[in-house]
Ligand binder design. Structure first.
Ligand SMILES: C[S@@+](CC[C@H](N)C(=O)[O-])C[C@H]1O[C@@H](n2cnc3c(N)ncnc32)[C@H](O)[C@@H]1O
Ligand code: SF4
Length: 389
């Protein structure tokens, strides 16, 4: 770790992302780094049973690399893949390793992702007992033909039931993920999903436009003409409808794709990414960032386990961002947040472009910050391109 990055460790909040690279089946649209049991076979080191012990050795490595000046972790996020395919006790040991090595701040946010069909009420109670206080369920849709196109295996209705079970178990923050724009999804279908999600009264909602990722089964089906390609105008209309219904129900978009019921329910872990804090990503393919140094681990669980077993760093490659790179990233990420971007971060020539963005109705000034309007949110990447030198 270069000295420059090390000096930022003590003064910047620290987060941990813990990746669990296992799923029961692969959804046709997903290109996350995750593997089914048959894809992994019996490759040495790739078993679900041994995974947590391997990942814990990386938490120990993080302690050595970040040194004694590292602060306690303020957020921990277990993501996947499907973390809840592992027993709650194992996920608890993973969080326990972070607690043992770094400590946790008194108000630490400890989240796990979960597929609703991979957990029951007893499992949720166990997750609470082992220290999780936040849970995010992948709901995606309630409409059977949309769930079928997405290859989702849960029955419509199970995610809402899981939210109620999480509440009974004592989770203080519960989130649902939705996807819009699936081929064949009508506006009425999307409204049904939004209303069903709202009826479950989650504290937080993420709504993602479906991305057709190269190499996925979904992309192949579209290429063969079996399904129509997603349509930008349809995606924009569905985004606007989501904003309308969610705002009316008391949720605020604190980031382009994320809504919370009150600022206390914003996902602090995601905010740490967007604000350029330090985070260590544990596990195969996980990305990390500390003080302008970014690195990412080898992708395959077996190669990852082999590295950890032989005491070799799991990092596959790294890059050191220049001050100019970091500023561009800051503009890109902070402009997507409700609070927007302090104008002072922009150069003089960039600041001179603000009136034009205002005239086009894509951005506005809020005190000394530049914020996106609702039209600007639909065009966020283009607005950033037009703004930057
Ligand atoms: C990687 S998943 C992990 C959580 C869990 N396995 C699940 O699927 O519910 C996190 C979220 O990413 C979103 N996602 C994954 N692939 C996507 C894609 N191609 N387009 C849009 N959203 C996607 C889904 O909403 C999903 O809930
Ligand atoms: S369950 Fe989640 S991580 Fe697994 S394949 Fe489906 S979308 Fe991807």
């Amino acid at each position: 770790m270069p000295e420059r990055a090390r000096t930022e460790v003590a003064s910047t909040p620290l987060s941990f992302y813990l990746h669990v690279p296992f799923c029961t089946t692969r959804c046709g649209y997903c290109d996350f780094n995750t593997y089914t049991a048959s894809e992994l076979g019996d490759l040495p080191g790739a078993s679900r049973a041994g995974y947590v012990d391997t990942a814990i050795t990386e938490v120990d490595l993080a302690r050595q690399v970040l040194g004694p000046g590292a602060p306690p972790a303020s957020t921990v996020f277990v993501g996947g893949g499907t973390p809840t395919l592992l027993p709650p006790a194992d996920l608890g040991r993973l969080v326990g390793a972070v607690r043992a090595q770094f400590g946790l701040t008194g108000d630490a946010e400890i989240t796990t992702e979960s597929n609703p069909e991979s957990i029951d009420a007893a499992g949720l109670a166990r997750l609470r007992e082992v220290g999780f206080n936040r849970i995010s369920f992948g709901m995606q849709s309630v409409v059977p033909h949309v769930l079928a196109t997405l290859d989702r295996v849960h029955s419509a209705g199970r995610p809402q039931q899981a939210v109620a079970e999480a509440r009974s178990a004592g989770f203080t923050s519960v989130s649902l993920d939705l996807i819009y724009g699936t081929p064949g999804e009508s506006m009425a279908d999307w409204e049904r999903s939004l209303l069903a999600a709202l009826a479950a009264e989650p504290d937080h909602l993420s709504a993602y436009a479906l991305i057709v990722e190269d190499g996925t089964r979904l992309a192949a089906r579209i290429q063969r003409g079996e399904l129509p390609m997603t349509d930008d105008d349809d995606l924009a209309d569905k985004y606007l409808r989501a904003e309308e219904l969610l705002t009316a129900a008391g949720y605020t978009a604190y980031e382009v794709s994320n809504w919370a019921r009150g600022s206390g329910h914003q996902c602090r872990h995601n905010l740490a990414y967007w604000r350029g804090h330090s985070w260590w990503g544990v596990g195969p393919g996980a990305h990390s960032h500390v003080g302008g140094v970014r690195w990412w681990n080898v992708k395959h669980p077996a190669s990852y386990a082999a590295r950890m077993r032989t005491g070799v760093s799991p990092a596959h490659a790294r890059e050191t961002l220049s001050a100019a790179d970091r500023r561009v990233e800051r503009v890109l990420l902070e402009l997507r947040l409700l609070d927007g971007l302090p104008v002072a971060v922009l150069t003089d020539s960039e600041q001179r472009r603000i009136p034009d963005l205002q005239a086009r109705g894509v951005a506005a000034l809020n005190g000394s910050n530049l914020v996106l309007t609702i039209t600007g949110r639909l065009l966020a990447d283009g607005v950033v391109r037009d703004l930057l030198d």
